[in-house]
Design a protein around this ligand. Structure first.
Ligand code: NAP
Length: 416
């Protein structure tokens, strides 16, 4: 395919499929979106770290061929005001794996979230967020090392489907009339109205990917988080459909929490994943008080969104939490925080979230040695108390450095 502004690197090769390291050549072309605000600083620093680790781990036998693609303000400058050019989607479909910095979304008007558009257009239905603590990271809890969960958040439906009608519009009035007159619904005059679709299809494919992940990585339990006591036919149905997938498609590998106690006296047999569920509000409390009880977590879109940031706070906050949006054909790894516009181009912020998203990407490519090397060098750098401003304000005697200097220090520690 030919592109208007995207330059395909001549020295790289395409990744041909997702989820199988056999499909990854030694010089894969990987697409990146720099991002708005602090995006430029963290992308520059992170690419230096990933490249250095790959070089170190494979002695030049493997190398990423970076291909810049565009979204957000940089795209608008290049494509005549278009913040999300069609060729960005085409390139991600063609090259399969990408990584992105944060993108600006205006609140309460303007254009639709670029992040949500990317996830929906490319059908990236699973938002995966591993949350674990790295030694030395300042944390507000006493035992951050107890937190080690991977959140699978549904990424395409729920209230994010964008089916919303502003109060006072003809569409809103039509829907309000239908709800009142045809279905007997009662609500205040002049309400804004939104629809929350949750389907068996959307839920089951998410649960399937969480189960495959848990099986591949030897995880011990999956907790379905929902608000099904109140929203019975959306969140409650989500819970039921998740159990259905485990029961019908993975009967050999799973047991329910009830079976765990009734048949196994609370001790899961080797190779069995325990499937349990928790109502969302108590889950927030349990994640703080008893984090060791949770392993893989599966949640609908909005609850998953809240829960991911809340759990990330226990191990150092969104400044270092990584994430990925993954479908059946495309994977897009991304920093989980926003554009922090007040720090734009100040070379100041923590590159950790994007950097660890890249670590996740390296693991996904089957390049685990490079991924592991970065994680170890990160801990070493923190041990030396070399940190960006956000961690420096929570640590005694920290050596506060810029984004780029942090990357330099970490790269130096790849040797260690
Ligand atoms: P934000 O950009 O995440 O920033 C909130 C605060 O979090 C910052 O002021 C800063 O805290 C801290 N922070 C964020 N990134 C950091 C980093 N790398 N290192 C250290 N601290 C960091 O959230 P926001 O201000 O609510 O949103 C700004 C814009 O980003 C909005 O347009 C929003 O829509 C967009 N957004 C995009 C994404 C995405 O692209 N995936 C996600 C969320 C938000 P201090 O002020 O305490 O230093």
């Amino acid at each position: 395919m030919s592109y208007q502004h995207i330059v395909v690197p001549t020295e790289g090769e395409k990744i041909t499929c997702l989820g199988d390291p056999q499909c990854v050549p030694d010089h894969p072309i990987i697409a990146f979106i720099e991002g708005d605000g602090i995006g430029r600083d963290i992308m520059t620093a992170s690419k230096r770290i990933w490249d250095a680790a790959v070089e170190k781990a494979y002695g030049g036998a493997r190398q990423i061929a970076w291909m810049e693609i565009y979204a957000g303000e940089k795209a608008a400058g290049l494509y005549n005001g278009d913040y999300m050019p069609a060729e960005t989607f085409d390139a991600l479909r063609e090259f399969v794996v990408g990584i992105k910095g944060p993108l600006t979304t205006p609140v309460g008007g303007g254009f639709r979230s670029l992040n949500v558009t990317l996830r929906q257009e490319l059908d990236l239905y699973a938002c995966i967020r591993p949350v674990q603590w790295y030694k030395g990271v300042p944390s507000p809890v006493r035992r951050p090392e107890d937190v080690d969960v991977v959140i699978f958040r549904e990424n395409t439906e729920d209230v994010y489907a964008g089916i919303e009608y502003a109060a006072g519009t003809p569409e809103n009035e039509k829907l309000a009339r239908f709800l009142r007159e045809e279905l007997g619904a009662e609500f205040f005059e002049g309400s804004g109205l939104g629809i929350k679709p949750i389907s068996a299809f959307g839920t089951k494919r998410l649960m399937r990917s969480a189960l495959r992940y848990a099986i591949d990585r030897g995880r011990r339990s999956i907790t379905i988080v929902h608000k099904g006591n109140i929203q019975k036919y959306t969140e409650g149905a989500f819970r039921n459909w998740c159990y259905e997938v485990a029961r019908e498609e993975f009967p050999e590998q799973t047991i329910t929490e009830d079976e765990l106690w009734e048949q196994y006296n609370g001790q899961a047999p080797e190779g069995k994943i325990v499937i349990k569920d928790r109502i969302a509000d108590i889950m927030f409390q349990h994640m703080l008080l008893r984090p060791t009880e949770f392993d893989v977590v599966v949640a609908p879109n909005l609850n998953g969104d809240y829960l991911s940031d809340a759990i990330a706070a226990e191990v150092g906050g969104v400044g270092i939490a990584p994430g990925a949006n993954i479908g059946d054909h495309v994977a897009l790894f991304e920093a989980t925080h926003g554009t922090a516009p007040k720090y734009t181009d100040q070379d100041k912020v923590n590159p950790g979230s994007l950097m660890f998203s890249g670590v996740m990407m390296l693991e996904w490519l089957g390049w685990g040695d490079a991924a592991e090397m970065i994680a170890r060098a990160y801990e070493k750098t923190l041990e030396q108390k070399i940190v960006t401003y956000d961690f420096a304000r929570q640590m005694a005697n920290a050596n506060e450095v810029s984004t780029s200097a942090f990357a330099t220090a970490l790269i130096r520690n790849l040797d260690a």
